[in-house]
Write a protein that binds this ligand. Structure first.
Ligand SMILES: Cc1cc2nc3c(=O)[nH]c(=O)nc-3n(C[C@H](O)[C@H](O)[C@H](O)COP(=O)(O)OP(=O)(O)OC[C@H]3O[C@@H](n4cnc5c(N)ncnc54)[C@H](O)[C@@H]3O)c2cc1C
Length: 379
């Protein structure tokens, strides 16, 4: 049987980034069930770095991730990982207080916030309907992310560090044996003192095959469609636009518009597909707020955003089982938080110091232990 220092389960952004960070000082095996890494949620994101989206713990991770992506290690990728975008958070006349509160919260967290009225919002995105958008705040620090290049960069870094990536390698059994864990996968058996559970929507199931009760990581389906922008409008420079009540958002995407109803429908872990009803809701909500007639859906998809009950990611050892490390529940923030969560995983697993670009983080707020009291006991 092959032996490693760490076996990472899951080849999405969480698994790839943490495996790459660990491979700097450890022998790492990454196991991915599908025939290509990034097939599930990682390949289905909106690719936005919105530093002031999410709770305070998440924002600190977003900001650190942004610092890393702006200045990645030399040779990480041959394209810039970030591109200018900006994010406009909009609301109706009755949403004034909500918009001001959100803007204040972002300002306190360090954002250079611009409060705008409807006309100010329309100066950035002329197609916003005056009867719908009355108040807004603008965050110029939001960026587009090159998710494909980022994922490939992490995988390349892992291999350069001597790490091994195995695809078509579903983990079927996990048991204690010898000096740690014996992992049985489609690709064969391997052992290591530490396993990292970075299996996205399957995180509670993977814990289950290790004999551990779930933490309550809930997959929630989110739908996206690609449509033509309003005729005569050059939408390429528009910022992303997010409804402050998070009922819809739009984002320029290669000359087209990506639109989402910002749905969060609880789902089993699966290869998520868009439902007709969610697409219809998306078209309706976007047409109400934006002067656009959506006649044709060029492309649609869905992905599972996975949340712990407190909507904060989980990064840390499970106190119930030695060497079982959780890296799960990244919600709608998994791409932008990946460098920071990977550095935290490497810090907790190897004892490596947290690098200076990380800044301050509350590691207790990320620890699995915070969820155990509320979690359901094993069946
Ligand atoms: C519509 C949408 C928009 C989003 N927009 C953004 C955004 O703008 N910015 C942002 O930062 N985030 C965004 N996200 C969230 C982000 O995509 C996720 O947080 C992130 O991709 C989660 O990565 P992951 O590695 O945890 O999960 P995944 O990418 O799902 O990877 C988990 C992997 O584990 C594998 N696996 C599962 N079980 C096993 C097993 N038993 N054995 C081996 N392998 C296994 C799976 O096959 C899968 O490949 C968005 C998500 C969606 C759906």
């Amino acid at each position: 049987m092959e032996t490693f220092d760490v076996i990472v389960i899951g080849g999405g952004i969480a698994g790839a980034s943490s495996a790459a960070a660990l491979a700097e000082s450890r022998r790492v095996l990454l196991l991915e069930r599908e025939s290509q890494p990034g097939y599930h949620t990682t390949g289905r994101s909106a690719a936005l770095l919105t530093p002031f989206y999410g709770n305070a713990t998440v924002r600190a991770l977003n900001l650190a991730g942004g610092r890393w992506y702006r200045d990645p290690p030399q040779g990480f990728a041959d394209v810039p990982l970030l591109g200018p975008r900006g994010e406009l958070y909009v609301g109706r006349a009755e949403d004034r207080e909500l918009i001001e509160e959100e803007a204040d919260g972002a300002r306190h967290a360090g954002a250079k916030v611009e409060l705008l009225d409807g006309a100010g919002a329309r100066a950035l995105v002329p197609s916003l309907r005056p009867e719908w958008v009355a108040h807004a705040w603008y965050d110029s620090s939001a960026m587009d992310m090159e998710v494909g290049a980022i994922l490939q960069g992490f995988l390349r870094r892992l291999r350069h560090g001597g790490g091994i990536v195995r695809t078509d390698a579903e983990v079927l059994a996990l048991g204690r044996g010898g000096e740690g864990w014996i992992v049985s996968a489609h690709s064969g058996e391997a052992s290591a003192p530490v396993v990292v559970n970075a299996s996205g929507a399957w995180a509670d199931m993977v814990a289950g095959i290790a004999g551990l009760g779930p933490l309550g990581i809930e997959p929630k389906r989110r739908t996206a469609i690609i449509v033509d922008p309003p005729p005569g409008q050059d939408s390429r420079r528009w910022p992303g636009v997010l409804d402050s009540r998070e009922a819809w958002y739009i984002k320029p995407e290669a000359g087209k518009l990506m639109c989402s109803p910002a749905d969060e429908t609880p789902s089993e872990p699966c290869d998520a597909q868009p439902e007709e009803l969610d697409i219809a809701i998306c078209v309706d909500r976007v047409q109400q707020a934006v002067d656009i007639e959506i006649r044709r859906i060029e492309h649609s998809w869905a992905g599972l955003r996975c949340f712990a009950p407190d909507r904060t990611p989980v990064a840390g050892f499970d106190p119930r089982a030695e060497g079982f490390f959780w890296l799960a529940g990244q919600g709608g923030y998994g791409i932008m938080t990946a460098p920071a969560l990977a550095a935290i995983a490497a810090h907790l697993i190897t004892g490596a110091a947290l690098p200076a670009w990380m800044g301050e983080h509350d590691l207790d707020a990320l620890a699995p232990a915070r969820l155990l009291a509320a979690a359901t006991p094993p069946a």
